[in-house]
Design a protein around this ligand. Sequence first.
Ligand code: 5GP
Ligand code: MG
Length: 463
Amino acid sequence: MDEKREECGVVAVISKNKKPVAPLVYRGMVGVQHRGQDAAGMVLYDGSFYKKKGMGLVSEVIGDVDLSQPHWAGIAHTRYPTTATATIKDVQPSVSGSLAVAHNGHIANYWELRKELEEKKYVFEGTVDSEVILYLLTERLREGASIKEAVLSAMEKLDGAYSVVGIYDRKLFVFRDPHGIRPLVYGENEGNFVFCSESTSLDMNGVPYGGSVGPGELIIIDENGERKDGALLDKGARHCMFEYVYFSRPDSIINGRLVEHVRKELGRQLAEESAVEADLVIPVPDTARSAALGFAQATGIEYTEGIIKNRYVGRTFIMPDQESRIRAVRMKINPIKKVIEGKRIVVFDDSIVRGTTIKEVISMLRACKPKEIHLRITCPPIMSPCFYGVDMPTFEELIANNKSVGEIEKYLGVDSLHYISLGGLKKVVGEKSCFACVTGEYLTPAAAKEAKERRNRNGSHKC
Ligand code: 5GP
Ligand code: MG
């Protein structure tokens, strides 16, 4: 089965004054660049579509010609890099006739729905989930259904996480899956309505944060700025906790909460659960910074930068094999020996997935001769893959599936290792979150079925 993972970022803008939106869309895309750096796509609209897609960063794909387009509505997407062979065919937004959509998330029953649609003669260009959404909507719209009716039918069929932005019939529409797993926020000013994965895209445009699209909610804005909204299928909020732990920017407001604050609280929670006598608190940059600061404030231990990240080295997580990941980590991260030598240090990281990154980090830190290394992780052990859009490898690759916490502590060679407890995480991010990757309890039937099948295939593992 093809492994397309869809973390990604989406943006949508409509101007009721019919002002050009291309610059707003572009800046919005830059605001969610961290959610996907491998490809970018923008579709503008003024009765007909203008499309621009390509592999690379937003600034490499979108040029002056695109930005000078006069269209008054647009949607866009930044794609997360995957290990699967990705081609331009898989770059969103997807367009069919007078409908365009882009989404962030992952459809767990993609292949089942695709098969049904192919039997109805729908032709798939690539293997991205957005095409399934596109055709599910197209099918009902062609029958004369309204956007609302079409979206409700699609929601009833789709299993998984999806935050969708679309354009149809001179209207912009957005909707979020019934659990609101992946984020989607909005804001409005000067007649522009902006929707985006993270509020950083609003900030880039000087648009004040207006709120979050609710679970199962559909919002439609027509060309005159008339807004219709409401939940079509609300199954109760279960926001992805990993957005807070790792994925979102710290300056984002996700589901009404500033990520920076949440991360600091994770650090404070860890101070409660696993305080230790030490001289310095050092984060693995960048994600663990805020949590390390929270821990330092709560314990009174000095916070310092002791590991420097080279921002010009790309993502190491997605490299295809272990050896290249290790080499890349060593290029990307450099500990400061003079800071670390002879000290008892508390090292913070957001999560351990395969264990590759932290293993290398710890061995580099050891070479700096600290007196003690205490490792603190702001996410409980990751035991199960994610079928809702976060890149979590297979059961077999997850280190916590093969080793106990004590074994991982030994394997890493640290003086102590503490993961935040599930209870502690819940206290900070709220019960109404998705914890499937740490509990193995999936929210939806297709994801649960997929997990069960994979577990059966790898019967020897603990989970
Ligand atoms: P590991 O080396 O244990 O497999 O990776 C864990 C680290 O990779 C985490 O600390 C996290 O910061 C980072 N990371 C980078 N990209 C991703 C991603 O797409 N998904 C996940 N799960 N972690 C990622
Ligand atoms: Mg990291």
